[in-house]
Unconditional design. Structure first.
Length: 386
């Protein structure tokens, strides 16, 4: 796991992506292979590449079949639990079991990067595998019967592959979902059937059509947003609309829209975050400060005594293995990354920093963390270059 995979952030003209599934050819084989998310122009789609049944990606398998789930940070819900109800109870709030952000009550790390923020990425909830000894190959799959939640966790070591043997009974249905997307199209329904199982060719045919559809939609959205800028008058002042990344229900685009604005003195730019269903983004000016904020926004540290202990986090991570010799690995998040700062007026140059803080549907609103989907306004007190 790498810090850059965990927090997607657009700062000024710099884009960092998160959570794009790593797809590679595995040596072992499975009864079925299903891709959970894939690249599209300017971004990625979280849509499951599987046949659609009643609006939901669905496959029909036999008891004891092995399914290769190609993606990262996916889990299988208990039988009878749907993804939308599970998401509403487990992902939306601060310190939710599978929410993106968790509180960090430990003393702040002082050196080499003061964290200042009391929050961390929720590695323990999202990335920790229920059973790390299984699932890396088809020869040693994780047996999932639907009796409890089974977390595949971070699949980077196995190139995005998670092999699951479905041992639920015929007539049962299990849901595979990700903590980052609460959409039926981003979840997979696995029906266990006695007869009438699907073929891989049937799944592949549906997957090809879905990928083409998502890529065409992503290209169309990108083209539409890239055509030009929109503006309107408020109180006699010009307000320009802009987006630091743009999401649909399943597609995330990592680009600025528009790419360039020529701003007159006194004009305002309003960056919109209401479309961010999947990703999270932020803005900062000037570019040098933006790069610094994103580069040092998630700090890998070791917590020697856990959240209940009194000791501070330590900068003792083994970066060869990305592990801690003692204690647990954490990604501490900086206040500069999370919280809005400045007075909403930017004169240009490098002496003054204006920062929207990290925003998006998956980022909760809390003290020291802006979060949410409210727009961010910035008034330019000087005319920009043409």
């Amino acid at each position: 796991m790498k810090a850059g995979r965990k927090l997607a952030l657009l700062m000024a003209v710099t884009a960092v992506t998160m959570g794009i599934p790593v797809v590679a050819n595995a040596q072992a084989t499975a009864d079925y292979t299903v891709q959970l998310g894939f690249n599209v122009p300017k971004g990625f789609s979280s849509r499951v590449a599987a046949p659609i049944d009643h609006g939901t990606p669905t496959i029909n398998v036999a008891m004891n079949d092995v399914v290769d789930l190609v993606g990262s940070e996916y889990l299988v819900l208990p039988e009878g639990t749907g993804p939308l109800e599970w998401h509403s109870e487990n992902t939306q709030e601060l310190d939710a079991p599978f929410g993106m952000i968790a509180s960090d009550p430990d003393a702040d790390l002082e050196e080499p990067f003061p964290s200042e923020a009391a929050y961390k990425f929720n590695i323990e909830g999202i990335d920790t595998q229920t059973d790390p000894s299984c699932g890396a190959t088809a020869d040693a799959p994780c047996e999932v019967d639907g009796s409890t939640l089974f977390n595949g966790g971070d699949r980077t070591p196995s190139d995005g592959h998670w092999y699951v043997q479905i041992t639920a009974q015929p007539g049962d249905s299990l849901w595979v979902t990700t903590p980052f997307a609460d959409s039926h199209l981003a979840s997979l329904k696995i029906n266990v059937v006695a007869t009438g199982v699907d073929t891989q060719a049937f799944i592949d045919s549906a997957a090809a059509a879905i990928k083409a559809e998502e890529k065409d939609e992503a290209a169309a959205i990108n083209a539409k947003l890239s055509k030009g800028s929109t503006k309107h008058k408020v109180g006699g002042k010009t307000v320009w609309d802009a987006y630091a990344g743009y999401d649909t229900e399943t597609i995330s685009l990592f680009a600025f829209y528009p790419k360039k604005l020529i701003i007159k003195k006194g004009d305002k730019v309003r960056w919109h975050f209401s479309s961010l269903h999947l990703e999270q983004h932020g803005l900062a000016f000037p570019l040098s400060s933006a790069k610094d904020i994103v580069s040092n926004g998630a700090i890998p540290v070791c917590d020697p005594d856990g959240d209940s202990g009194q000791g501070p986090d330590e900068f003792t991570v083994d970066f060869e293995t990305f592990t801690c010799a003692s204690g647990t690995l954490e990604l501490d998040l900086t206040q500069a990354l999370l919280e809005e700062s400045g007075d909403g007026k930017y004169p240009g140059g490098a002496k003054k920093v204006e920062n929207s803080g990290l925003r998006g549907r998956n980022i909760p609103t809390a003290p020291g963390m802006t979060g949410g989907s409210d727009p961010w306004d910035l008034v330019f007190t000087k005319t920009t270059d043409s």
